[in-house]
Design a protein around this ligand. Structure first.
Ligand code: ATP
Length: 256
């Protein structure tokens, strides 16, 4: 099957540091693909390259049959790539629904000037945005919180709100950056259930996650990075016994 996302030879240097070296990775339509690796492996850098927050030093990124690696982040968002960053801010002083709506502005046609001037096409957009937000909050179990200040949300619901915000952009590919980080058992289980539901609806998901149980439950395929390189890729059951993966996580005598 043709991949929805296809990164080839992705490389990113920061001065003398190779954060990513010649990384190939693809996400098939409807697949949940996890990226794991020890601290400093290059996972966040990979996400930023795909989202467009950072340019690559070398390599290409194809999405839906076209190259996107020179597009600005908002143009990638319009094509259906949404990112839920673990540390993305919940805007304080705004309601939960208003926070979710922020994710829809990226894909509306009128843009911010029309919004300020309150042009008719902006008013049309506003109706669309409200509908998208209401749907996303229902899907993420936050509909009961819609009019409450976002500051009131417990951590589990804040993560759900990051996902709701991303869903407002009507993505075909959802990038999730350590969604389970800091969550307790029941919150983690609820979030895993939500991600499973989204996968069941055919959404393609690329997930960076440290929580091995989370990855084992959700990922169809796992790519393991170490020191910026892909050291293994395949189903979780296979990579967990891969000697290179075990060595990367536990360290070997020649690492010191
Ligand atoms: N803006 C930057 N400037 C300089 N070096 C950077 C920058 N961003 C990342 N790096 C370096 O690139 C390498 C990969 O970092 P990255 O944050 O992508 O790893 P990671 O796998 O996400 O790590 P973690 O699991 O700790 O979040 C590290 O050596 C890091 O120090």
């Amino acid at each position: 099957m043709t991949a929805l996302l296809s990164a080839v030879g992705l490389t990113r240097r920061f001065g003398g540091v190779h954060a990513l070296r010649d990384v190939d990775l693809d996400v098939a339509p409807g697949e949940t693909h996890a990226v794991i690796g020890p601290n400093g492996a290059g996972k966040s850098t990979l996400f930023k390259l795909i989202g467009g927050q950072l340019p690559a030093t070398a390599g290409t990124i194809g999405y839906d049959g076209r190259r996107i690696d020179r597009l600005a982040p908002h143009r990638r968002a319009r094509r259906g790539i949404a990112i839920a960053f673990q540390d993305a801010p919940v805007f304080r002083g705004m309601t939960v629904a208003e926070n979710a709506m922020v994710g829809a502005h990226a894909i509306t046609r009128a843009g911010p000037v029309a919004a300020v001037l309150r042009l008719p096409r902006h008013r049309h957009d506003e109706t669309v945005i409200r509908t998208l937000a209401a749907r996303a909050l229902k899907k993420t179990g936050l509909d009961g919180w819609a009019d409450r200040p976002a500051d009131d949300l417990p951590l589990g619901q804040q993560r759900a709100l990051q996902v709701a915000r991303a869903l407002c952009g009507r993505p075909r590919l959802l990038l999730l950056d350590e969604p389970a980080s800091g969550l307790r058992g029941p919150e983690r289980t609820a979030l895993a259930g939500l991600i499973e539901e989204l996968r069941g609806e055919g959404l393609s998901i690329l997930l960076v996650e440290h929580d091995v149980g989370f990855v084992a439950r959700l990922a169809d395929r796992v790519t393991v990075l170490d020191l910026g390189r892909v050291i293994a890729s395949g189903p979780f059951a296979r990579i967990r016994t891969d000697p290179a993966v075990i060595k990367a996580y536990l360290g070997g005598p020649d690492d010191h």
